[in-house]
Each structure stands twice: as C-alpha cells, then as structure tokens.
Design a protein around this ligand. Structure first.
Ligand code: AMP
Length: 405
C-alpha cells in the first residue's frame, strides 16, 4: 500500500517522501487507518517493523487537522533516553515540511534543557516525547499543562513495566484529560500489559504483527563498505563462495537491471526478476534457475516471500531492506528443508542505521565480514542507534516558515 492512499496532508506526504518511504510496512498498513478513525490501539510490534511511523504519521496528520495553538497535542512515553532521542529525530524528519513543534524530555540532561522543557510544557509543543522519571520531575513542579492533549502513546510498554515505571505511568496518566486517543505499542503481550491496556484503552483495535525470525541454521554475515565498493565486493563473494544457486536481492528494479548487466559483463551466468517482466517471462527465468541452468538470480522483493527452492544455498542482499520483515523473508529463502545456507548483506555507510534496527529486530548481532584489502579501506560499523549520548541537534524546534517550501 502506498502512502498516497492514506489521504495524508500534502505537507506530511512531503516529509514521507523526503524520508524515502514508498510503501507502508504491514504494521503501518494495519494501524494507520484505525488511528485516523480515532480508535484506540493495542499493537504488538517490535523495533524494525516501522512501528514508530505507524503511530507518528496518523497522529501528526490529526494534529495538523485539529491544531490547537499553545497546547501539548500528543504525549509519547518511552522507556529510555535513547529511544526518546530516536523518536524525536523521526519526528523531525517526518514533520519537516509542517509547522508542528516537538521536544524530547528525558533524564540525565542539563539545567539548560530543563528550562527549555519547562517552557514547552507551559507554552505547549505539539508533540512531547518523554521518559517517565523526567516527566514526573516536571509534574511535581506544578506548571505542566496537558489540557489540550489529544493523544497518549505508550511505546515499548513491556520494557517500561519491566523497568518498574508502572507507578510513574499511572501518575502521568492522572494528569491527562480523560477524553483522548490512546495508542499502546509493545514487543510482547504478557498479562501485565493486558491489564494495563484494560485500564487505559477504550474499545481498542488489536493489531498483532507476528515477527518471524530467520532459521537458526542460516549463517549470516554483513560486509560494511562504501557504496562504490559494493560491486567489486559482490563479484569477489560470488567467485569465492561455493554455491549451487545464489539469489541476490536489491530493493529497486533499476538496481536489479544494472547489477545484472554489470555481473553479466563480468562473466557471470545470471538472470533477473522484477515487476517489469511478464508473468510468463518470470516463470521461464525461475524455471531456468531451479533447473540449475542459470545459477544466479538477481531480484526485487517480489521474490522475498513465498518462493521455495531447495537448492538456494546463498542469498546476498545487495542493499539493506527497508523493512526488517523483508530481511527475514529474504534470508529465509536459503537453508530451506535440510539444506544449509549462507546469507550475506552488503551494508553501505548510509544503510548502517537501518541494518542496526534489523539486528535489533532479530535480536542478534550479525557477524561483520572482513573486506578484501584490494578493495581499499572500508568504513567502521558505527550506526547512530548504537552510540550513546547522541542527541538531536536542536532540542526544541518551533514552527518556522523558512522550513516550508
Ligand atoms: P521502527 O520499527 O519504527 O524502529 O523503524 C525501523 C526503520 O524503518 C527506521 O529506520 C524507519 O525510518 C524505517 N521505516 C519505517 N517505515 C518505513 C517505510 N514505510 N518504508 C521504509 N522505511 C521505513
């Protein structure tokens, strides 16, 4: 489903486009329409599924339609400072072409920040992302104004309860107006989350994004490179890795076509599959691949789900999939039945953050392969999500006409 089908406001669609999102992930497809309808939500979805944009986009769209100046429109409570920063950066990207303001409020920051936070809580900021402890500190000072609040979001609710934030959350909720829309996201759904949901949510829509994990026997490896090193690296991997059938994935069909051309010129026996081919052409390519006549196939994600070819023993992700589920599906094409399989992912510098969220989703740190020295120096693996103490450049950003096109 494309984002244009949700009827979002044009300035929000611009932010979506600038974030390079094209189609909605499964959790987005399921929760966005219900949130736009004003329903409460309880969703089990993990990091990497696109859950943050799933609640941010409809919430922002509603705040743009029903904007109340000088009020806090949405409160997003999260367990950790890192997550607060990450969500706040997400908001900054998606709301770039709108007049929405936001601030992240979390513990451990300095006195100057406390003043900016106090100002936002008194004067209103459209969206506030906070950790529970810091919000309690502000509530205790008596100036917090939540009169105009429309949304409460609890993100990673199971982690918040595990960290002992139940009482803090209850206290914060007491300070909110009764009439509001509640969105609860949690990776797991133990009974204590259900109890919390019964207390807070009104007739919620329940969404369950069952997350599959890659088969244990797939040997996963990632190669961290600069973009121009991708092509020489894949050639080397295809020459040096033993395989019967190798399946290469690219997110875009232009990349599929270009890569097939380059590899063919490099002497590889390879074919391509993507949506520009007729069904009959796809079938004959697949047939050539399964019979072993063509040992290498390069494809878009149309092949990442469902196809079941026992002889695929090597999968190479030429780019990092946008959706964590796609990664699981892609690498699940190998090691079918009794066979063993190897899955390589080539990660460019700008894909490092995305790969880190996939590692989080599959709950595994994927081994990083050595880059052959003839390819020259390669970048270190240092995704933003890993580094602690990283903050958005601006902590408080108000409406600013210069930002609009
Ligand atoms: P999350 O599960 O919210 O932590 O998101 C995981 C990653 O997916 C983040 O880097 C998002 O920017 C990215 N993302 C979210 N929605 C989409 C989408 N529809 N298309 C592409 N990337 C997305």
């Amino acid at each position: 489903m494309r984002f244009t089908e949700f009827n979002f406001r044009p300035e929000l669609l611009e932010g979506i486009e600038a974030s390079n999102y094209e189609t909605a992930t499964p959790v987005q497809e399921q929760v966005i329409p219900s949130i736009l309808d004003g329903r409460d939500i309880i969703a089990s979805a993990q990091t990497g599924t696109g859950k943050t944009a799933a609640f941010l986009l409809p919430l922002m769209n509603t705040l743009l339609n029903k904007h109340v100046d000088g009020q806090v429109g949405a409160l997003i409570i999260v367990p950790t400072r890192e997550l607060a920063i990450q969500i706040s950066q997400h908001i900054e990207g998606l709301s770039y072409f709108t007049h929405l303001s936001s601030i992240a409020i979390y513990g451990g920051s300095d006195a100057q920040n406390f003043v900016a936070e106090k100002k936002a809580l008194q004067m209103g900021a459209d969206i506030i992302v906070c950790t529970p402890g810091r919000m309690i500190a502000h509530l205790n000072m008596g100036y917090v104004n939540f009169k105009g609040l429309q949304f409460l979001v609890l993100d990673e609710a199971d982690r918040m309860l595990d960290m002992g934030f139940q009482d803090d959350i209850n206290r914060i909720i007491k300070a909110l107006p009764e009439k509001r829309q509640n969105l609860l996201f949690s990776a797991t759904m133990p009974e204590k989350i259900r109890q919390l949901a019964r207390k807070i949510l009104h007739n919620p829509v329940e969404v369950n994004i069952a997350i599959s994990r890659p088969p244990e026997k797939v040997v996963q490896k990632a190669f961290v490179v600069y973009e121009p090193q991708k092509l020489p690296l894949i050639k080397k991997l295809l020459k040096e890795t033993p395989y019967k059938n190798a399946l290469i994935f690219c997110s875009k069909k232009q990349t599929v076509k270009q890569l097939r051309r380059e590899l063919k010129q490099g002497g590889f026996n390879i074919e391509e599959i993507h949506s520009d081919l007729e069904q009959s052409q796809r079938e004959s390519v697949l047939q050539a691949f399964t019979s072993g006549r063509i040992p290498i196939l390069v494809a878009t994600d149309i092949l990442s789900r469902g196809i079941d070819i026992d002889t695929i023993d090597l999968v190479i992700n030429y780019d990092v999939p946008h959706d964590g589920e796609d990664y699981v599906h892609r690498i699940g094409r190998t090691a079918r039945a009794e066979a063993d399989g190897v899955a390589y992912t080539i990660v460019s510098e700008k894909e490092q953050n995305r790969f880190a969220s996939i590692e989080k989703l599959i709950d595994k740190e994927v081994e990083k392969g050595l880059i052959p020295h003839e390819l020259g120096p390669a970048p270190a693996y240092s995704p933003r999500q890993r580094s602690r103490g990283n903050r958005p450049k601006q902590r408080f950003y108000r409406s600013n006409n210069n930002r609009k096109k």
